[in-house]
Design a protein around this ligand. Sequence first.
Ligand code: G3P
Ligand code: MG
Length: 239
Amino acid sequence: MIYPRIIAHRCGGAVAPENTLAGLRLAGRLGCRGVEFDAMLAADGVPVLIHDETLERTTSGRGRVAGMSSAQLARFDAGIPHHAAFAGEPLPTLDEALRLCAELGLWANVEIKPPAGQEAETGYVVARHAAMAKGNLLLSSFSPQALRAAADEAEQLPRALLVEVIPADWRERMATTGAGALHASARALTADAFEAVRDAGFPLACYTVNRRQDAERLFAMGVSAVFTDRLDLWLPAEM
Ligand code: G3P
Ligand code: MG
């Protein structure tokens, strides 16, 4: 699996409203080649881009994402909580985001974000939509159940298991989910754990790395990619 070195966390991280099309456009303009975003199901089963199970932090809406239809969610403003300059930016569907990534030539990591109890359903539906998209993409999830469902739906799509700390049984977990790569928190990464993953031939990508010196240390160790909110720290040629 070939990773872009620098991946825009939640579409644009600090430079744009998270999980929005504006974030994808800005990431592309800054020279970023890879983006990550979070996909969750609306009440009508349409996958949309959002990180939290509730709307308050990142949109003008209130309440649970899973309690509203995609048409209701589309009316909320996902730009204003970041900055008034982004007012009117909609909460996008996964299909809209994947279409824009294909247009802009962005490699996309779709993180499957299921609320508790909806793991398998979210995995199936997100994988079904991703399988219909054009372009280069990878599915990931903290939920082994969601990842397993994604594998059953679209075996051909590359998948990564997300963890905070690399667990002692990481090999078994990767085998059960059919994952070909591991995404782990940079903060909790130890050299021993990293070497075991690397020696087994699996790429490792680390989140969320917002200082250049931390990214350089990780690349020197052999980490494949970093997720960052700070796209402004790199020149296009370095990404
Ligand atoms: O996929 C990497 C990273 O996005 C995982 O954490 O909480 O930002 O989705 P979170
Ligand atoms: Mg994420």
